[in-house]
Ligand binder design. Structure first.
Ligand code: OKP
Ligand code: MG
Ligand code: ZN
Length: 343
């Protein structure tokens, strides 16, 4: 399997993540991507290719023009205001307040976000753009006949809505990929999100559509991020009714239980009969992940890959979360190797 990777991911190198009342070193850090890349090389998974430049058009099929423009100039606007640190949203339109776009950068940071842990600094825009290009290049490989491709995206994307960043995400790489499949002639596309966290952005983007089936397996949002979306009674709306599926688990869920939901997800996908599959691949389901609470083991990722292969679909994997940097390479590449038949 080919891996698409851009060294430009390292342009996203923020110093801060608001966590527990402190500004800590971010969990979503450059070494994550480098460790996965090293494992891809070590295991000789396949060629490693740099992304092509697709421009903003396929990004804007999913994200609003004004959101994209905001991200492009956010850091300069912040610096121009004389702010001393990294750009961090600190104010939102609460219940009863107006959802209008303010001129001031503090106001716009709040308007275009849903969480405060995701700081912005110089290079975030370039890295987010590169991450989308990585996903789109993998999509092009699969459209051109590859059975599957691994988009080694960083920053991740599945929390990003059409016009909201948060949860370490800016552009929703999985959604952009699914939309690219649609725009190139696929009638139906499925997005399966196996990251520990709910893929709230992907769900929201396709919520009223029946052409893109969205499924996410995740930790109970009553207990974990993103807190305000991802419950099992969210099944889609309008035309999209019945085309969103959330499968929620409690703390300490092992693969033996998690895989029952995977089976339900796979059966729903098989019934949907999509022309392509996008897997939003987080490996923060791992037992030693520092911010998550499932109990998957490294060998379980081989089983996951094997089950995904059995769907028999052209498949793009977009990298999402995974914060135990020591294990992230083994776990992510195990999915690809399981897909390719390694037991
Ligand atoms: C991004 B992805 C940790 C709180 C974490 C943000 C989690 C973002 C996860 N104290 N809040 O889905 O892996
Ligand atoms: Mg998920
Ligand atoms: Zn996650």
């Amino acid at each position: 399997m080919k891996t698409v990777f851009s060294p430009l991911h390292s342009r996203r190198q923020v110093k801060t993540e608001l966590d527990g009342g402190l500004l800590i070193e971010p969990h979503e850090k450059p070494s994550r991507a480098e460790t996965i890349l090293a494992r891809v090389k070590d295991q000789a998974l396949g060629d490693i290719v740099e992304p092509e430049e697709f421009g903003l058009e396929p990004v804007k099929r999913v994200h609003t023009d004004d959101y994209v423009s905001f991200l492009e100039t956010c850091w300069q606007d912040w610096v121009a205001e004389g702010k001393p640190g990294e750009a961090i949203p600190a104010v939102w339109a609460g219940r009863g307040m107006r959802h209008r776009i303010p001129k001031d950068i503090d106001g716009r940071l709040g308007y275009y976000s849903f969480a405060a842990e995701t700081s912005i600094s110089d290079g975030t825009w370039e890295a987010a753009r590169a991450s989308a290009n990585v996903a789109l290049t993998a999509q092009k490989l699969v459209t051109s006949g590859e059975r599957a491709a691994f988009a080694l995206c960083r920053p991740p994307g599945h929390h990003a809505h059409a016009d909201l960043f948060g949860g370490y995400c800016f552009f929703n790489n999985a959604a952009i990929t699914a939309q690219a499949f649609r725009d190139q002639g696929c009638e139906k596309v499925a997005v399966l999100d196996v990251d520990f966290h709910h893929g709230n952005g992907t769900q929201a983007i396709f919520y009223d559509r029946s052409d893109v089936l969205t499924i996410s397996l995740h930790g109970d949002p009553d207990l974990v991020f993103p807190h305000f979306l991802g419950f099992e009674d969210e099944t889609g709306e309008g035309q999209g009714e019945g085309f969103n599926l959330n499968i929620v688990y409690p703390p300490k869920t092992p693969y033996s239980v998690w895989s029952e939901g995977l089976e339900r997800a796979c059966q729903r996908i098989a019934e949907f009969k999509p022309d392509a599959l996008v897997v939003a691949l987080g490996v923060d389901t791992f037992e030693d992940d520092p911010i998550s609470f499932f109990k998957l083991k490294s060998e379980d990722y081989l089983s996951l890959g094997k089950r995904l292969e059995q769907l028999g679909l052209p498949t793009v994997f977009t990298m999402e979360g995974g914060y135990d940097v020591d294990a992230i390479g083994v776990n992510a590449v195990n999915v690809m190797q399981g897909f390719e038949g390694k037991a």
